[in-house]
Design a protein around this ligand. Structure first.
Ligand code: SF4
Ligand code: SF4
Length: 299
């Protein structure tokens, strides 16, 4: 009778050991597998493994025994570590959700692993409410508003000096949104530096990022509304200014025009690194804390 596989284990190719059977036309594992479950990627140097047999069923282990590099390993699958949190959904986007968003942020900050809260607040009103709610917490608060010249171009009022002073007295760091390409600020896009590249981890190639910024922009709006897109832009600004370090967990919060209606835990990064080679430096939306169900967008 065939040996049973441990349901808590799985097969993995140790990529450091595997030499892709470079001296052979066909990899040994691909040759011996009776189910076609290991195969080289047609476009890259990668060996795929898709062995359903091993998941708690009888296993053959032919590839394990045949691999000349002992690169196919049986690994114990760790027990899942689960954190259950609720997400606050608002029926509609808008300023009416601000106080609830601040409550949600306060509760999440109390868990102790958040380095900073980055808030998008042009008038500073939302940042002021947030700063008062988090007054007893040691978390850093960074307020990011649109640059003064943008407000002037729109014909509206920038963050007043009085408000900036009140925020500063409460320990809030006040920043203007950092536009990396000042020629395109009005587009509302994330504005990646043109030298940024998108690293495709599957095939190891890099592509210019010019058009990807627009796709990212739209994707963020589709997932979390204008608030999520703006929160990511402001997180970029906070990192570029040096208020937040790459890799830190921050809460980004913003709204769909006025006030706040979205909050998310985001792994901080820069526009240059968010699609880069190092997985630990890429953009991650780690948790959605609050967001509107029906999105609202400008344009
Ligand atoms: S047989 Fe081993 S070394 Fe060869 S491709 Fe497969 S896993 Fe890599
Ligand atoms: S255990 Fe058997 S079926 Fe699964 S990948 Fe290896 S050779 Fe193929």
């Amino acid at each position: 009778m065939a040996e049973k596989a441990d349901p808590q284990s799985r097969l993995m190719i140790n990529q450091d050991r595997c030499d892709r059977c470079a001296s052979r036309a066909v990899p040994v594992c691909n040759e011996v597998c009776p189910h076609g479950a290991i195969y080289p990627d047609a476009n890259s140097n990668y060996i795929w493994m898709d062995c359903d047999l091993f998941y708690g069923r009888e296993t053959c282990r032919k590839c394990v025994d045949a691999c000349p590099q002992q690169a196919i390993e049986i690994q114990k699958v760790p027990s899942p570590k689960i954190k259950e949190r609720s997400i606050t959904y608002f029926e509609t986007a808008g300023i009416q959700n601000t106080e609830r968003v601040i409550d949600v942020i306060s509760n999440r900050v109390a868990e102790g692993d958040i380095k900073a809260v980055v808030v998008a607040s042009c008038s500073g009103s939302s940042a002021l409410l947030l700063a008062k709610a988090l007054e007893d917490c040691s978390v850093k608060i960074v307020n990011v508003s649109l640059p003064k010249k943008v407000w002037e171009a729109i014909g509206s009022r920038p963050l007043s000096e009085e408000m900036a002073q009140r925020l500063t007295e409460l320990g809030v760091i006040c920043r203007e949104q950092h536009y990396l390409d000042t020629q395109t600020w009005a587009s509302g896009y994330v504005n990646f530096p043109k030298k940024s590249l998108f690293h495709d981890w599957q095939i190891g190639k890099e592509y210019k990022v010019e058009h990807i910024e627009k796709i990212l922009n739209e994707t963020l709006i589709h997932i979390g509304g204008m608030g999520l897109k703006t929160a990511v832009e402001c997180m970029f600004s906070a990192v570029v200014y040096g208020d937040v370090a790459v890799g830190e967990n921050v809460i980004g919060t913003a709204g769909s025009g006025w006030g706040l209606d979205m909050a998310a835990v985001i792994r901080a990064t820069t526009p240059e690194k968010c699609f880069g080679k190092k997985p630990s430096e890429r953009l991650e939306i780690r948790e959605i804390l609050a967001m509107p169900i029906k999105k609202h967008r400008w344009g």
